[in-house]
Design a protein around this ligand. Structure first.
Ligand code: FAD
Length: 495
């Protein structure tokens, strides 16, 4: 720490861990810098509702800057952290070619996890995952677009392929996604099309594991499966995806036999991989990494050999803690408190202890499963609990109000307020990937800027000359005469 300067805390990430870590330092005698690669705090548990047209992206992704605006000791920096130098205590981040180096005295790393395709990243083009707003909007476009294309299809085979939706991964995200697509097809859209019958759409939920919702135990898993089947979802467990392309996917059973499912729309909700920053930390500290890329931390969530560095949330491997929001929130609060206590010269806290508040997953409207300690709940009561908990944890009063309204539209009525999807949302990412340097091309200094400037100056000079010399009207009349519209131009000139 430079002399006379306050203690500097850098927080990487603006998800559950990052946001709650920064907030926990509200009263600390320290400056807090949040560095994150998005400008928003994302409430991932409701991403599937953005993908299926229930909620808008703004409702689940308020700006981090706005959330922390009242916290005087906090500032927010946009940037993807590309390196952490543990020895020199520096965080390096980049955005669109701009590099920023932020020094720290204490560091909280909460960069979360990404989708894992188990070494088959090429599947991502055809089966997007659900980790970001971009993912959800792309999926929204693909799902609603499939119905539109089916209406235009000319053969029965084509209609079937377009009206078959496959969700890979029968964890909470897959279950919620499959339930909502089924509800879209069988209820919401049932009167919107004239040629196709959306009720005939197939929604398939696939998993290599032998049951649905494995983390909820066998009993609740079976109950969820029954409830999904009642709503028209086909469940295929014990089947592993071995190939994916534009028009379908290949699945393999345990006995080795493979079948192909023709389906244009695939959603990948199977498997997560911890953020690669875990590897950066592991390489420098010697901390172990597990198969999912999660880093082994000390019982007080610090990095081995680096008491000034805390790692929280989805990135950590500690006591088999699950990758859920509460692990990140509680871990971040613990880390924030520990930094404050050190600054106040107080003794350290006891090791981090996770308090399991339970897990929930919705099946469809009015139906959910919940596991709270030993209590297992299903159906409407579980759904009401799910509703209450999600409203409480959504950030921002305005967001809670509009979310409630959208839920009323969807669950009491049959509408979906957010069905808009643009071509950009569906194809934009692929287009950007084709540019050699991604979006950096649009904003970074280029050698040819000199040419561009010269062209812009010449154009401005010509515009100015045309106005000053009074040539504009003449030119327009000439063009108008050429296309036989001299009268029109005369009247325009007259105005
Ligand atoms: C679709 C879905 C549904 C879920 N449903 C539930 C649920 O119902 N209940 C539940 O408890 N949990 C649920 N989870 C899990 C829960 O969201 C995560 O466990 C939780 O978000 C983890 O918090 P985190 O802070 O570790 O990471 P995240 O919340 O993922 O935050 C990571 C942050 O780091 C930023 N970041 C990443 N890399 C970099 C980088 N290099 N530089 C700078 N910033 C970076 C990201 O932009 C983000 O802001 C769900 C997850 C998903 C994807």
């Amino acid at each position: 720490m430079a002399e006379g300067q306050r203690h500097q805390v850098v927080v990487i990430g603006s998800g559950f861990g990052g946001l709650f870590g920064a907030k926990a330092l509200r009263r600390a005698d320290a400056d807090v810098t949040v560095v994150a690669k998005t400008t928003h705090h994302l409430f991932q548990p409701l991403l599937y509702q953005v993908a299926t047209g229930i909620l808008s992206q703004g409702e689940i992704a308020p700006p981090t800057r706005e959330i922390l605006a009242d916290q005087d000791n906090a500032r927010v920096l946009l940037g993807e952290v590309t390196d952490i130098d543990l020895e020199r205590k520096l965080v390096v981040s980049k955005v669109l070619g701009r590099r920023t180096v932020t020094p720290y005295d204490s560091l909280i790393v909460a960069a979360g996890s990404g989708q894992s395709y188990f070494g088959n990243d090429q599947f991502a083009d055809y089966a997007p995952g659900m980790k970001s707003i971009d993912d959800a909007l792309e999926l929204r476009g693909r799902i609603f677009g499939a119905f539109e294309l089916a209406e235009l299809a000319e053969t029965e085979e084509e209609v079937e392929r377009l009206l078959t939706f496959v969700v890979v991964g029968a964890g909470p995200t897959g279950v919620e996604m499959a339930g909502q697509i089924a509800e879209l097809a069988h209820r919401t859209l049932s009167k919107d099309f004239s040629k196709i019958c959306t009720r005939e759409a197939r929604v398939i939920l696939l998993d290599a594991a032998p049951q649905v919702l494995a983390p909820f135990g066998a009993k609740l898993g079976a109950s969820a499966a029954k409830s999904l089947e009642k709503r028209g979802v086909e469940i295929r467990v014990g089947e592993m995806v071995t190939d994916v392309d534009e028009r379908g996917l290949v699945v393999q059973k345990k006995d080795g036999t493979s079948t192909r499912i023709e389906a244009v729309t695939k959603v990948w909700a199977a498997g997560v991989q911890a953020n690669p920053l875990g590897r950066t930390l592991a390489e420098q500290s010697g901390a172990p990494l597990d198969r999912a890329g999660r880093i082994g931390v000390n019982p007080d969530l610090t990095l081995p050999g680096h008491p000034e560095v805390f790692v929280v949330g989805d990135m950590i491997a500690l006591d088999n803690l699950p990758g859920v929001a509460q692990v990140a929130i509680q871990g971040a609060k613990y880390a924030g408190k520990e930094i404050s206590r050190r600054l106040d010269n107080k003794p350290p806290q006891k090791p981090f202890k996770y308090f399991d508040k339970g897990s929930m997953a919705t099946i469809s409207r009015f139906s959910a499963v919940a596991l709270i300690g030993r209590i297992r709940l299903t159906g409407f009561i579980a759904w009401l609990m799910w509703l209450g908990v999600h409203l409480v944890y959504l950030t921002g009063f305005k967001n809670r109000i509009t979310t409630l309204l959208h839920w009323a539209v969807t669950f009491i009525g049959t509408g979906r307020s957010e069905r808009v999807a643009t071509q950009q949302q569906i194809f934009g990412r692929l287009a950007l990937e084709r540019l050699e340097h991604g979006a950096t091309e649009f904003v970074s200094p280029r050698e040819e800027w000199g040419d561009v400037r010269a062209e812009l100056e010449a154009r401005a000079a010509e515009e100015s000359r045309l106005t000053d010399s009074g040539e504009r009207g003449h030119n327009r009349d000439k063009v108008g005469a050429e296309v036989g519209g001299s009268n029109t131009n005369a009247s325009i000139s007259g105005v």
